[in-house]
Design a protein around this ligand. Structure first.
Ligand code: PHE
Ligand code: NA
Length: 462
């Protein structure tokens, strides 16, 4: 562990490299890995999608993770204010502020629906602890999920509980709140996922589940699937949201950003793949549809908990840990707005947290209603890519597939083309070989990959 030099006055730093790794992993590992990755993999045909996703993580996600943490640490303020300072230092165009601005807005929008899903998970703690799934078949478990979605007041209630927990942690500040929350939760969640994989091995669907996840069938890959794989690489690593910049702003200068980023990226990827290994065998063993959508884990896992021994304990623990994993991501999603409000308005941390959180909570009502009363409201339905999408679908689609890749692309371009190679090399303290690799990837490969996927998907707009 390292020292506690303070980067900027009034700015409390992480207490060690390890604390930062935990917090960044806490942000990365969340509903994206356990809820979203399996269901979008299911919707996009499995192995080929997973392969593209892994490529996106390596060629796009990792370089941008490094770039964003570096920009944040250099700026040592909120993403927006950091970009303003860097821009004047580098004599660059003020347009680059959009890296911070798009990101801060995207994080705000994501949290509004992330919290609703977090609320589902809290609700499911209640279901599992009271044994609601014991002995139920797929239809019955699906019925419980459907009934939850159909009830706006209960969705609103659990969304409110989730937001309240998030605000409570964020208001306590970086050291008091964020660090403590992640230290033991991540390993515990991982251990339970392994338990689920072991259970999955005993089901009749194991071989089929593994092959679905790992055997690429490129005939099932669409252009939209490629865009979604890219978008999910951003979402899962918390990129393009200002989150990694905001966390980087609390990072000491003696920490190796390259090494740290690889650790975070690996842990995130492993958790997603293990979640897939736990879920798909259960899906196939029970004759469920892998493309069932956002309800996938909320039906497949309870089915397993309902029929395995110790299912009530394991299931309860699982959803408790899922809630915590979601919370450590949610607090990171609120951080860019809070940090910005603190600087901008002079609010203290608690007030800034309440103002930003209140606004997110209010917007979350739109997602709650999208699942029932407004399920037929499709605001941008005249655009082919948005056809049939509810407000919830749109918030998810536009943030993950457009705003995040765009903000991340700009971050890569800023580091690769505005900053000087010497400055970047010094900041990352990389040896010549890795630095040359990072430099070329960030300048050419990462931007080219994002731009090509974007260009290809323009067709979706019709
Ligand atoms: N990475 C988080 C997850 O996978 C979600 C998230 C996205 C968090 C963007 C912060 C910023 O669940
Ligand atoms: Na993730």
């Amino acid at each position: 562990t390292t020292t506690t030099t303070t980067a900027t006055a009034g700015h409390q730093n992480w207490s060690s490299r390890w604390a930062f790794v935990l917090a960044a992993t806490g942000s990365a590992v969340g509903l994206g890995n356990i809820w979203k990755f399996p269901y979008i993999t299911g919707e996009n045909g499995g192995g080929a999608f997973v392969l593209v996703y892994l490529l996106c993580i390596a060629a796009v996600g990792l370089p941008i993770l490094i770039a964003e943490i570096m920009l944040g640490r250099k700026g040592a303020k909120s993403p927006i204010a950091s970009m303003r300072d860097l821009i004047s230092k580098h004599n660059a165009s003020s347009g680059w502020v959009s890296i911070g601005a798009i990101g801060t807005l995207a994080a705000f929008l994501i949290l509004s629906f992330y919290s609703v899903i977090g609320g589902w998970a809290i609700n499911y703690v209640g279901y599992t602890v009271s044994g609601d799934f014991i002995g139920k078949d797929g239809d019955a478990v699906g019925g419980i999920f459907g009934a939850m979605l159909a009830d706006p007041s209960s969705l609103l209630f659990w969304h409110s509980v989730f937001m309240a927990l998030t605000l409570f942690i964020v208001a306590r500040g970086v050291k008091g709140g964020l660090e403590k929350a992640v230290t033991w939760l991540m390993p515990a969640l991982f251990a339970l996922l392994i338990v689920m994989v072991i259970y999955a091995m005993t089901t009749t669907g194991f071989a089929q589940g593994v092959s679905f996840l790992l055997t690429p069938d490129f005939s099932k890959l669409t252009q939209e699937g490629v865009l979604k794989a890219l978008g999910h690489a951003f979402f899962t690593l918390s990129l393009g949201t200002g989150v990694m910049m905001a966390y980087g702003s609390y990072l000491n200068h003696d920490v190796s950003i390259g090494r740290t980023s690889i650790t975070v990226g690996l842990m995130d990827t492993v958790v997603a793949l293990v979640a897939g290994l736990a879920i798909f065998p259960i899906v196939f063993a029970n004759g469920m549809e892998p493309g069932a959508g956002p309800g996938l884990i909320f039906v497949s896992l309870p089915l397993a908990f309902g029929s395995m021994s110790l299912g009530t304990i394991i299931g309860t623990l699982f959803f408790v840990l899922l809630v915590f994993a979601a919370l450590t991501s949610a607090i990171s999603l609120l951080e860019p707005s809070v940090e910005w409000l603190e600087e901008r308005s002079g609010f203290n941390r608690v007030t800034a947290t309440l103002v930003a959180g209140g606004a997110v909570w209010f917007l979350g009502i739109a997602t709650v209603l999208s699942l029932n009363l407004w399920s037929d409201v499709h605001p941008l339905g005249m655009i082919p890519a948005f056809e049939g999408k509810t407000i919830f679908d749109l918030l998810d689609y536009v943030t993950a597939n457009i705003m995040l890749p765009l903000a991340g692309l700009l971050a890569a371009l800023y580091v690769g083309w505005v900053m000087k190679k010497e400055e970047v090399a010094e900041e990352l303290s990389l040896a010549n070989g890795p630095m040359t690799l990072f430099w070329n990837v960030t300048r050419y490969i990462t931007p080219a990959a994002v731009i090509i996927v974007f260009m290809n998907s323009i067709g979706l707009l019709g």
